[in-house]
Design a protein around this ligand. Structure first.
Ligand SMILES: [Zn+2]
Length: 250
């Protein structure tokens, strides 16, 4: 990835729907990520975004040649509106079943009533893909991290998403729940044991979705599969946690 490129202001960054790798596609916006995985027997969507993101997601599906009814499941990484507000409408349009982590189920009810409640170690299989979930509390109590094998022309890579990386809820007075900082650190360290090669962003700035997409479009080089991007990001998460705690202690 080229390091010092000139980028437009954040509110002008538009990402066209595209394929990250094999059967994994991005269909969200710069601010709100949404992905679909083509399992051969339908799509699994990860996050829908807020209400204004719904049209972006629907356009994205269409541009990639999919129909809303191809979506069979919607995994919601955590309850916040920028990941789930459009889930109810998307589920109605598609007939898809919705999933949320057990500790976020009640809070998510303001946006949708999940069909399937996920606990540690649960899996979801559709077509050729099995999604594995681990509970990674911190950003919210019910944050789910998601892992699966992505396929591209006979090559298999381990894909993973940290389902809630933001330290915005770890500031004093902004806590999702008591003990969130300790949980966040434990979650980050636990995720470091996962051998992720295809790092999928819960927000585009997690894995530099925008910059890597520009690279893909401009040079044809695909930087989404990486052996160290996942670990580097998790290390930065722990640093940001330490900075957050230090700031509050000033
Ligand atoms: Zn959030």
């Amino acid at each position: 990835m080229r390091e010092k490129r000139e980028l437009p202001p954040k509110n002008e960054r538009i990402i066209e729907p595209f394929r990250l790798f094999g059967n994994v596609y991005f269909i969200g916006s710069y601010g709100e990520s949404s992905h679909v995985i083509d399992t051969g027997e339908g799509l699994v969507m990860i996050d829908t975004g807020s209400t204004p993101n719904l049209q972006i997601v629907l356009n994205g599906l269409e541009k990639l040649g999919f129909a809303p009814t191809d979506v069979k499941y919607i995994i919601n990484s955590h309850w916040h509106h920028d990941h789930t507000e459009a889930t109810r409408a998307m589920a109605e349009l598609s007939g898809a079943k919705t999933l949320i982590g057990r500790e976020d189920y009640e809070k998510a009810k303001r946006f949708f009533d999940a069909d399937i409640i996920i606990s540690e170690g649960d899996t979801l299989t559709l077509g050729n893909t099995t999604f594995e979930f681990i509970e990674t509390p911190g950003h919210t109590k019910g944050t789910l991290s998601i892992f699966f094998n992505a396929e591209d022309d006979g090559r298999t890579v381990r894909a993973g998403m940290f389902g809630g990386a933001g330290v915005n809820t770890l500031h004093q007075g902004k806590f999702d729940y008591e003990g969130c900082r300790e949980d966040y650190r434990k979650s980050v360290r636990r995720l470091m044991n996962e051998p992720v090669e295809l790092f999928i962003g819960n927000h585009s700035w997690n894995n530099h979705t925008y910059e890597k997409w520009l690279d893909l479009v401009e040079t044809g080089e695909n930087h989404f599969v990486s052996h160290n991007a996942w670990i580097r990001f998790l290390e930065s998460c722990e640093r940001r946690l330490d900075e957050t705690i230090a700031k509050d202690n000033l």
